[in-house]
Write a protein that binds this ligand. Sequence first.
Ligand code: PMP
Length: 436
Amino acid sequence: TTPQKWNFGAGPAMIPRPVLERAQADFLNYNSTGVSLMELSHRSDTYEDLNNKAQAQLRQLLDIPSNYKIIFMQGGGHTQFAAVVYNLVAWRHEQNKTLHTKGADTEKWAQIPVDYVVTGSWSAKAAEEARRLGANVRVVCDAKKALGAYTGIPDEATWKTSGPESEYRKSDRAKSQTPAYLYYCDNETVNGVEFPFVPSMHDPAVPLVCDMSSNILSRPVDVSKFGVIYAGAQKNIGPAGVSVVIVREDLLHTSELNDGVMPVPLMLDYKTMVKNNSLYNTPPMFAIYMASLVFDWLLDPAAQRVQDGEKYFEKELVGVQAAAARNERKARKLYKALEESKFCRVVVTDKSARSKMNVPFRMSTAPKDKPDAVANKKEDEAMEAAFVAQAEAKGLLQLAGHRSVGGIRASIYNAMPEEGVDVLIDFLKEFEKQCN
Ligand code: PMP
């Protein structure tokens, strides 16, 4: 048997072992069809059943209200960076025309504002893509500017959103055009910043668009507060290849020809996808099948009990409740160990915004109790490299931080058992002893 590995990769990430085993068993003969799922027509009843089942499971897991549609799309998170711009600018244009807003008939794409909250590298990239497409991007909150680095979430009252509770309410901005949407990223995978709240001070006529790629299904979410939620699969849902989009029905009312504003490319068009039940073209069938197995796993009390293990079992929970309880415990003990360690420094200083999914930290030989002590960057980086290499040798995989920021990052998604976090903490203590 292969020795136990603990995969702390940020994505593609760990997939629950029982899911992999089930997929292996199904591989050559799916549902007694005699062929592999990947050889079946996407127009077959067998596949359509699977497509519908996966949607129903996700609806159950996130308690998605009936006025929201679920779409499976391709192209990962990056494709959604563009899709939200096209779809919602076209929707806002249609709204403006319907409401006879002054100038709506001759309105151009670049006149409709789109608001972004930037709390890390993924929301920054999403804003950048909107800008690249020629949209009228307004960064209403820039955490790096406000805090010096991506180490937390600036108070919502300081965001430059137009809304009844905003301090900018009476300003010129409030009088300017209503933006198409307000965008944010619920969990910044690289920087480890996660929202402990859902923004609420903006104009209620402005739909919230949220990137939940790296924390979807990790905790309950009130879907009714959002216009669009999307997530790439390769963290908490399954393998890369499919993205889940949850969209409020009324936002699908975009003009047919998108006169004046840019037409929505067909493959990015939420309306086309909904009309065709995500079967407009050939879908990533295997990725959707894997997602469905992950949903089965989350919904199965026995599987959740096994995941907890006898040592950790508290009470029988399923779905996102089970995941959330476990994720709380895992994150709490890991941050505690890092706080207590002599060499480790948690990157996200705003404790309320520390991610329960991605835990970035640095190592430094400079004493923690002497904040002015000069660190030796080379020495510190060598220590981090030694940590990652020794961890790898012990079966603790993919702990290096994102290539853009360096350091160390432990990603502890739903599929990471609590035992894996304990093994990491034990290793950290052992490593420290050796460095003393
Ligand atoms: N958003 C977030 C929060 C992510 O973590 C990632 C990828 N790690 C992306 C977007 C981009 O996803 P993809 O690689 O699927 O395009």
